[in-house]
Design a protein around this ligand. Structure first.
Ligand SMILES: NC(=O)C1=CN([C@@H]2O[C@H](COP(=O)(O)OP(=O)(O)OC[C@H]3O[C@@H](n4cnc5c(N)ncnc54)[C@H](OP(=O)(O)O)[C@@H]3O)[C@@H](O)[C@H]2O)[C@@H](O)CC1
Ligand SMILES: Nc1ncnc2c1ncn2[C@@H]1O[C@H](COP(=O)(O)OP(=O)(O)O)[C@@H](O)[C@H]1O
Ligand SMILES: [Mg+2]
Length: 281
């Protein structure tokens, strides 16, 4: 898989309206950081406009941390209770820090019943789906799921070996027409029978919020003109590459999720050179 072939440089005539509008939905009291990171990452992945839908308590935090991000707040203070908005985003990422309050579960169900926009689902939104597997039928085809190993186990059940995990994930992907970004070391992307293995990244990524940033990057790419598979592949590749590029500066220990966002520009710049056959096995 050649990542360079997926990458599309920004046109000289581009404006924010042509670069896609990403909506990130998540956050709850104590976990506003997760959605702050995701929405910032979507901007740095190139989305022209980014809006965050968050509980009321997150408003001053997010507006201060990310002045470029627009904010819509739920009517409830500490968690999301009803997902309603009038904007028309090109892609939606949902789950980072969203929690599993009953009202939030109901809001997710209601949202999935009407949503037609391309979706990325992560974190507690995945955990809510695991407890309500019938709702998987409501997901638009090619929805991207980004589980870590425990979230994947909650979705597909326990397995005895890596091989069995892959097989069950393939079956799950085919049954529901979903793209699964199976996060780990390495990350594998499963799209039906096709399994792509990412070649970037290292243990510096073993830090809080690194998955939240990945969700923002993939949603930001999906809001542009990338297909869901392209967004998942390019997103995982760039995410891992930031950790490889940062290593001489941060080492494994002091790298934090914000560094992924910080090094995203340098990761994009490597794609503008003349490098061949980089990316996925
Ligand atoms: N700043 C913020 O606001 C942040 C907010 N966040 C938000 O918090 C919410 C909860 O998310 P979460 O992932 O921490 O909890 P959960 O789903 O129970 O998973 C933990 C379990 O999974 C396991 N596990 C994980 N990775 C594994 C691996 N690679 N390989 C194997 N096992 C692995 C791990 O296993 P352990 O080894 O600890 O037994 C443990 O049992 C979510 O909404 C998220 O967005 C966070 O993003 C942090 C920053
Ligand atoms: N040892 C590692 N090598 C490569 N990538 C890693 C490693 N540990 C974690 N990662 C990556 O970091 C991210 C962690 O995601 P996740 O567990 O959802 O974090 P969080 O929920 O805290 O944001 C995933 O993209 C995963 O592939
Ligand atoms: Mg996570």
């Amino acid at each position: 898989m050649n990542i360079q072939k997926i990458y599309k440089p920004v046109a000289a005539q581009a404006h924010k309206g042509t670069q896609g509008h990403a909506l990130l939905i998540g956050g709850s009291y104590g976990k506003i950081g997760a959605i702050t990171l995701s929405s910032k990452a979507a901007l740095h992945a190139g989305a022209g406009l980014v809006t965050a839908f968050i509980p009321k308590c997150g408003y001053p935090i997010l507006q201060t941390a990310n002045p470029e991000v627009m904010v819509i707040t739920d009517k409830v203070q500490e968690h999301i209770s009803c997902i309603e908005f009038t904007i028309i985003p090109n892609a939606i990422g949902i789950g980072p820090g969203i929690g599993q309050e009953q009202e939030t579960q109901d809001a997710l169900h209601q949202f999935l019943q009407t949503n037609k926009t391309p979706l990325v689902i992560d974190a507690d939104a995945l955990n809510i789906l695991s407890q309500n597997k019938k709702w998987l039928e409501l997901l638009p085809p090619q929805t991207i799921l980004t589980p870590h190993p425990k979230e994947l186990e909650r979705l597909i059940g326990k397995t005895q070996s890596d091989e069995e995990t892959i097989q069950k994930t393939i079956t799950f992907s085919k049954e529901h027409q979903l793209i699964v970004v199976k996060k780990g070391a390495p990350t594998q992307i499963i799209d039906g029978d096709n399994v792509y293995e990412n070649t970037t990244g290292n243990q510096a990524l073993a830090t809080a919020g690194s998955g939240d940033v990945l969700t923002g990057i993939i949603t930001g790419l999906l809001a542009q003109t990338y297909t869901p598979l392209e967004a998942a592949q390019l997103g995982a590749y760039l995410h891992g590459l930031t950790a490889d590029l940062a290593l001489p500066h941060t080492g494994h220990e002091s790298f934090v999720a914000s560094n992924i966002i910080h090094f995203l520009g340098k990761a994009f710049l490597t794609l503008q050179g003349n490098r061949n056959e980089i990316g996925f096995k």
